[in-house]
Ligand binder design. Structure first.
Ligand code: THU
Length: 142
């Protein structure tokens, strides 16, 4: 698939920002939104969902990923991620945690294009391979 245009990247960031509004984060007060673009062009969004028992908490990226996979969509090209403490504008971009990097790697390998955004105008781009060098995935096992 061809690279996204700047407008498409900004649109993906806006979808991540919209998803972030649904985050359940009463413990960390840090809300995250993700928008995962499938190869077929469809976008799956997710937010972090925290839990009083802490360990069942899930991140925005995995919410989006598992929504897609549970609907039979398993190929992805891009993900936009936004996060900040509630009521604050972030000074740092929110990069996916190690578990989410691994979960995404299972489906995309190193190629996934990752957009870490503060706003639709202020973002950094990289690949999942840069975020998870020498990643361990199905190619190692199957
Ligand atoms: N979190 C995400 O949803 N995605 C990330 O990339 C980093 C962390 C969530 C987990 C937890 O609910 C909150 O942010 C604070 O760590």
């Amino acid at each position: 698939m061809a690279d996204l245009s700047q407008q498409e990247k900004q649109d993906l960031i806006r979808q991540a920002l919209a998803a972030r509004k649904f985050a359940i984060a009463p413990y960390s007060h840090f809300t995250v939104g993700a928008a995962l673009r499938a190869k077929n062009g469809k976008v799956y969004t997710g937010c972090n969902i925290e839990n009083a028992a802490f360990t069942p908490t899930t991140c925005a990226e995995r919410t989006a990923l598992f929504k897609a996979v549970s609907e039979g969509v398993t190929e992805f090209t891009d993900i936009a991620i936004v996060g900040a403490r509630i009521g604050e504008v972030n000074t740092l971009v929110t990069a996916p945690c190690g578990v989410c990097r691994q979960a995404l790697y299972e489906f995309t390998g190193p190629a996934l294009h990752v957009i870490l955004a503060k706003t639709p105008e202020d973002y950094q781009e990289m690949t999942l391979g840069e975020l998870l060098p020498l990643g361990f995935g199905p190619k190692n096992v199957l």
